[in-house]
Design a protein around this ligand. Structure first.
Ligand SMILES: CC(C)(COP(=O)(O)OP(=O)(O)OC[C@H]1O[C@@H](n2cnc3c(N)ncnc32)[C@H](O)[C@@H]1OP(=O)(O)O)[C@@H](O)C(=O)NCCC(=O)NCCS
Length: 188
């Protein structure tokens, strides 16, 4: 696929059929709204300085979802050699369960494929069952228990990850595991 078509697909993904919500880079002006969502979402929230320090790193990327000029969610992730690692991820409480989080995960999957990375990873607090359910609903699996992971509370974390879909030269991306085409043919 050529670069122009890839960019077009990215633009299409940015304006999915979710009532005009789109995903874009986080900019300085978004910080007050991002901080409101951050503080309302986490007991041990990041400070504005934490965001800025992180975003100064070359491999650290911030994105927001926006709907009618309102920031509805955000994520911060790092680009590593073989994986994308989610550092922070939250949706404004008034906009939860409407697919905003799913839109951000969709963006990450798209980035993982186009940047040819193999995995999406994150650490989630042991007590944050809602987030575990959310990432599980998007195909993530818990792969490790990280003991005493958080300095603030000493809480454990689960490492969760999603593997990049396999590439099928006839079908593009989307084939998650090996497919027995002969068995499928016999069944039909
Ligand atoms: C976790 C979070 C990002 C989910 O965002 P969201 O926009 O509400 O998620 P979506 O609407 O895309 O949800 C998709 C699916 O995930 C699952 N899901 C989402 N929230 C869930 C919850 N609280 N409990 C159980 N399952 C949930 C459901 O299967 C849901 O589909 P459904 O609504 O059709 O049942 C959001 O609840 C949040 O910001 N939480 C606080 C911050 C946080 O914990 N961030 C993660 C840090 S690791």
């Amino acid at each position: 696929m050529g670069a122009t078509r890839l960019r077009q697909r990215e633009r299409d993904l940015d304006r999915v059929a979710t009532g005009g919500i789109h995903v874009r880079w986080m900019i300085r002006r978004d910080m007050p709204e991002v901080m409101r969502t951050e503080r309302a979402s986490f007991e041990h929230s990041w400070t504005e300085d934490d965001f800025l320090r992180c975003l100064r790193q070359r491999n650290c990327i911030g994105m927001v979802t926006e709907h009618n000029d309102v920031i509805t969610g955000f994520m911060i992730y790092e680009l590593h050699k073989t994986r994308l690692h989610i550092l922070n991820f939250a949706v404004n409480a008034n906009h939860r369960r409407t697919g905003v989080g799913g839109l951000l995960v969709g963006k990450l999957i798209y980035k993982m494929i186009t940047h040819r990375r193999q995995r999406l990873t994150l650490a989630v607090r042991e007590r944050n069952v809602a987030a575990q359910m959310f990432f599980r609903a998007h195909g993530f699996k818990a792969t490790r228990l990280l003991q005493n992971y958080y300095e603030d509370s000493g809480e454990d974390a689960y490492q969760m990850e999603l593997k990049a879909p396999a590439y099928d030269p006839f079908d593009g991306f989307g084939v998650i595991g090996p497919v027995n085409r002969i068995a499928q043919y016999d069944e039909s």
